[in-house]
Write a protein that binds this ligand. Structure first.
Ligand SMILES: Nc1ncnc2c1ncn2[C@@H]1O[C@H](COP(=O)(O)OP(=O)(O)O)[C@@H](O)[C@H]1O
Ligand SMILES: [Mg+2]
Length: 261
């Protein structure tokens, strides 16, 4: 890729519990370069995504650098406008008696739910309704989030992360709790964001989650990036067998993949 990456991380290391959970990782992301990050449990995938959205700060070494849209300084509120982040932690945070509408609308104020000091504008209300319609939840928008199914919660979360219309979406195991028909629906929603021109970074341990629009796959293991390249090259039986330390078989159907051991 040429030009300036929209996100550039160089030499990020994170230590927790006396060991490196991210070990000198560099990662550039270009506009439109939809990327899947895969790897065994505990590989450091979520840590890397949390470094991308500055929820985790790497060791302050001279060689470490971070740049997003060419800028190194990002106040959290501004960061949320350009990076939509869906994580397991968020799933728990939205599990409240606030309605779908309130949970989505309140993301515009970096809040969870609406309280008395938030007075939404008509424009904000319109944005929330649009984001909810996009994920197909209009009929449920007045229901408390804690009464929804896990599939509906996942959609609420994706609407919440998309309501600011961020150019980049970071989806960390966002479809984990879903049954397979809901996963297919979820993939279609993510694909539609990609086709709108958003750059998608999706973390998953299931190859079947990887949407067709993903062109690049990054493999992590032991806090490091161990492979990074075009999807067709990386989703290779020999390569993944080596990473997972056991024989991996891969099937491809249409633009989608499945793997098993
Ligand atoms: N705050 C923490 N303290 C100690 N260990 C942590 C902490 N956060 C993460 N880890 C460990 O770091 C490793 C990488 O975590 P994570 O990035 O969540 O992996 P992944 O998302 O690939 O499953 C795991 O072994 C995890 O247990
Ligand atoms: Mg994780």
């Amino acid at each position: 890729m040429s030009g300036t990456p929209l996100l550039s991380i160089a030499h990020a290391s994170v230590r927790r519990g006396g060991k490196y959970i991210l070990d000198d990782v560099s990662f550039d992301l270009y506009e439109g370069q939809n990327t899947a990050i895969i790897g065994p449990n505990g590989a450091g995938k979520s840590t890397l995504v949390n470094v991308m959205c500055r929820e985790v700060h790497p060791l302050a070494r001279v060689e470490y650098s971070y740049s997003l849209f060419g800028s190194t300084r990002w106040p959290v509120a501004r960061l949320r406008l350009v990076l939509g982040h869906v994580s397991q932690a968020e799933t728990m945070l939205i599990d409240t008696t606030y309605t779908v509408y309130e949970i989505v609308l309140s993301a515009l104020y970096s809040a969870i739910g609406l309280d008395f000091h938030i007075t939404p504008t008509d424009e904000d209300r319109r944005k929330a309704l649009e984001a909810i319609a996009k994920v197909g939840l209009t009929h449920l928008m007045d229901k408390p989030v804690n009464t929804l199914s896990s599939g509906e919660k996942a959609k609420t979360l994706i609407a919440r992360s998309a309501v600011n219309d961020p150019p980049v979406m970071l989806l960390d195991e966002a479809s984990n709790a879903l049954d397979f028909p809901s996963r297919a629906e979820f993939r279609r929603t993510v694909s539609s964001y990609a086709r709108e021109g958003k750059t998608i970074v999706m973390v998953t341990h299931e190859l079947a989650e990887i949407i067709e629009e993903v062109s690049r796959v990054v493999v992590m293991k032991g806090g490091r990036i161990v492979a990074d390249g075009p999807k067709e090259e990386i989703l290779d039986e020999d390569l993944l067998s080596e990473v997972y330390g056991q024989r991996v078989y891969i099937d491809r159907r249409g633009g989608l993949y499945t793997a098993w051991c």
